[in-house]
Every structure is written in structure tokens, then in C-alpha cells.
Design a protein around this ligand. Structure first.
Ligand code: ADP
Ligand code: MG
Length: 374
């Protein structure tokens, strides 16, 4: 009886997730950094799905502007709370789905914090990468009587439209053998969280080698951790494959092209091009366009097989709270809104929200039934 309720609960939960569609947009506001707590903030109000920004008059007459997303996390949200919301998405990899999670936003807005955590993270402050793998290990252990899973990881960096393997010493070529556009980057098996931490450190070290020569290059490149999962059903022998890309994008801040030259200008052009290519791809997937412009950047080419179709995408936008960042904050939120617009469009949202509400009500009554059992 207990098991049946749990199973039913899981099924309904998946249905709620499916109704939400394959493209989701979340927003997270970074807290003020220590010592800056008393500065003016541009964030007026945060609700579950809406964020209101106070704006200088040139952006709106009312002096404020609201944006809606699938989920908004305020400055006090913890890493665990953020992950809890993404957990079903992450878990779907073990059911054979492809998943892409992007951290988007201006430099300093908290992208790396969300994906990896701060420098020297603790159990509490670990980011999505670590939590996701940890959770996959946990779930595959739970299922081991019926399915045997193998998990492996790649780490790559895209800088100026060049892909580099962060788990190897040599530069790698881009190839599309085996149908997946992931280059032949080293793919290392992982079975424990200790393995994951080891690989993450290796990746960071390799990344750092390049950035010392060039001040903070990491914010001007995209980094991607790809998790491959292969599952074998122990009774039928059938196999399934899923993969998940966890992408920490280059800073989205607009660079004043009249003021930069040489390397900086080249970087700015590449970043701008790849971020708008990503926005175009996601927007065209959301509108169900038949032509999806994957070929406009290395980033979208690399992730092509995990963007669109049955794949699930989460664009996680980050904003800084400081009033002097308001220009970038508004352009970040507008980018995100463009990506989200169709999925959250009035017609669909109305239909979805009543269905979702109904399913949510069923879940609450099932939960109530469960607690009574205890
Ligand atoms: P980005 O990767 O977008 O450039 P970072 O993740 O490096 O930004 O964040 C900038 C600084 O703010 C770092 O010192 C980081 O540890 C801190 N920070 C970011 N988000 C949070 C958060 N949610 N809670 C606490 N500190 C944060
Ligand atoms: Mg960063």
C-alpha cells in the first residue's frame, strides 16, 4: 500500500514536470557580498515566479518592472533549495533523457557559485555539479536490483570558438563520431563523489593554467561538464543512454566595443555571438520552429543533440543585486524573458496552470495519505 502511494506520487510528479514543457527558465539573485549589505539594491520584490526590479526612468515610466519565470530564487535561497527544484530534471537523465543546464548572467552575478559553489566548497555550499552527480549515484544505488548504471564525465572549455579538453593535456579536435557532437574529449568513469571532486579539481586546475596568463579568462569562456549515463536493464538486457551538460557560460556583460581592442575585442565578439546563438536556438525550439540555427556557434553545435527534441533545457539566469548593475540586470532579464516567452505565453500558461494545479492537489492529498500511514 505504502509503496503504491509512493509510486503513484512519482508518476504524478513526472506528469507535472512534463506539463511544464521541455524549456524552463529560472532566475537567482545573488546576495550582497560581505561588507556591502547596506548598498542600494535594484531588486524590489521577489516572489515564487516573479521578480520586480526598480528601474531608472529611462527603462520604464513606473520606476519598476516585473519579469516572470518558472521559478525565482531570492538572495537567501540556499544551494540545497536550488538543487531541490532541479532534482527531477537531473534524475530524468537516469531515465534516458538528455538535459542541458545553463548558468547565464553578467560576471560576478553568481553563475559559478550556483554550478560549482564558492572556492573551497563545503557540503553545504557545493553547487549543482556535485549535487547532481551525488544524486545520480544515490538513485542508481537505489535501482541497482533492476538496472545497472555506468556514469562518466567530460569537462570542456570553449574560448574564442575553440573547444579545449579540461581533462587532457593536449588540445582536442571537434568530431561528431558516434552521432554525438561532443568532441573526443577524455571521458572518465566516476563511481563515487570522491572521483567527482578529483575530476572537478583537475578541470579547474587545467582551466587556471590558461587564466593566469590572461587575467580572469574563466569569465570570458564557457565551461561545460558533461555527464554520460548508460543503464542496462538486468532482466531484459535493454540499454538506455542519457547525458547531461552543465554549462557555466561566459559573462554576458556588454563590452563597449569602442573602448576595447585586440584580444579583448576578439573575445567580446565571440562571446556575444555564441550567447545570442544560444538564445536564438532556445527561442526557436520554444516556438517549435522547424529550422533551428545550431550551426551559428561552437557552443550550440557542441550541445546540438541535447537541445531540442526530447531533451530538457534549463536556462538559469543570475543577477547582481547592486543598483549600479541595473542596466546589465535588465538586459539579462530581457534575454531570459525572450527565451521563456513562448513557454510562459498566456494561452499555454492558462491551460497548463489549471492542469498543474489539479495534479498538485492530487499530490498533496497523496502526501497527506502518506503521513497518516507513518
Ligand atoms: P560569476 O561566476 O557569475 O562571475 P561568481 O559565482 O564567481 O560569479 O560569484 C561572485 C562572488 O559572489 C563570489 O565570491 C561568490 O562566492 C559570491 N556568490 C555568488 N552567489 C552567491 C550566493 N548565492 N551566496 C553567497 N555568495 C555568492
Ligand atoms: Mg564564474
Amino acid at each position: 500500500q505504502y509503496k503504491k502511494v509512493l509510486e503513484e506520487n512519482r508518476k504524478l510528479y513526472n506528469q507535472v514536470q512534463d506539463l511544464k514543457g521541455n524549456i524552463r527558465v529560472y532566475c537567482r539573485v545573488r546576495p550582497f557580498l560581505p561588507g556591502q549589505e547596506n548598498r542600494f539594491t535594484t531588486v524590489e520584490h521577489v516572489e515564487d515566479r516573479t521578480i520586480t526590479i526598480s528601474t531608472p526612468s529611462k527603462h520604464s515610466k513606473e520606476g519598476k518592472k516585473s519579469f516572470s519565470f518558472n521559478k525565482v530564487f531570492g538572495p537567501s535561497a540556499t544551494q540545497a533549495e536550488v538543487f531541490a527544484d532541479m532534482q527531477p530534471l537531473v534524475r530524468s537523465v537516469l531515465d534516458g533523457y538528455n538535459v542541458c543546464i545553463f548558468a547565464y548572467g553578467q560576471t560576478g552575478a553568481g553563475k559559478t557559485f550556483t554550478m560549482s559553489g564558492p572556492n573551497n566548497p563545503t557540503e553545504e555550499t557545493y553547487g549543482v555539479n556535485y549535487r547532481a552527480l551525488n544524486d545520480l549515484f544515490y538513485l542508481s544505488e537505489e535501482r541497482k536490483a533492476t538496472i545497472s548504471y555506468e556514469v562518466s564525465v567530460q569537462m570542456m572549455e570553449i574560448y574564442n570558438e575553440q573547444v579545449r579538453d579540461l581533462l587532457a593535456t593536449d588540445d582536442i579536435r571537434n568530431s561528431s563520431q558516434n552521432g554525438i557532437n561532443v568532441p573526443d574529449a577524455n571521458r572518465l568513469p566516476v563511481t563515487t563523489t570522491a572521483d567527482v571532486i578529483h575530476l572537478m579539481n583537475l578541470g579547474f586546475k587545467n582551466r587556471a593554467v590558461c587564466s593566469t596568463a590572461m587575467n580572469d579568462r574563466s569569465s570570458r569562456s564557457h565551461s561545460c561538464m558533461t555527464v554520460h549515463v548508460q543503464g542496462k536493464d538486468l532482466t531484459s538486457g535493454a540499454t538506455l543512454r542519457g547525458c547531461m551538460h552543465l554549462v557555466d557560460l561566459a559573462g554576458s556583460e556588454r563590452v563597449d566595443k569602442s573602448e576595447v581592442t585586440g584580444d579583448r575585442l576578439k573575445e567580446a565578439v565571440h562571446i556575444n555571438k555564441s550567447l545570442s546563438a544560444l538564445g536564438d536556438v532556445i527561442a526557436s525550439l520554444a516556438t517549435k520552429n522547424t529550422h533551428v540555427p545550431y550551426r551559428n556557434s561552437k557552443l550550440t553545435q557542441l550541445l546540438q543533440d541535447s537541445l531540442g527534441g526530447q531533451a530538457k533545457t534549463l536556462m538559469f539566469v543570475h543577477i547582481s543585486p547592486e543598483a549600479d548593475a541595473v542596466g546589465e540586470t535588465i538586459s539579462t532579464l530581457k534575454f531570459a524573458e525572450r527565451v521563456a516567452s513562448v513557454e510562459l505565453g498566456a494561452a499555454r500558461a492558462n491551460k497548463d496552470s489549471s492542469d498543474v494545479k489539479e495534479l498538485k492537489d492530487q499530490i498533496s492529498s497523496l502526501k497527506a495519505a502518506l503521513t497518516k500511514k507513518d
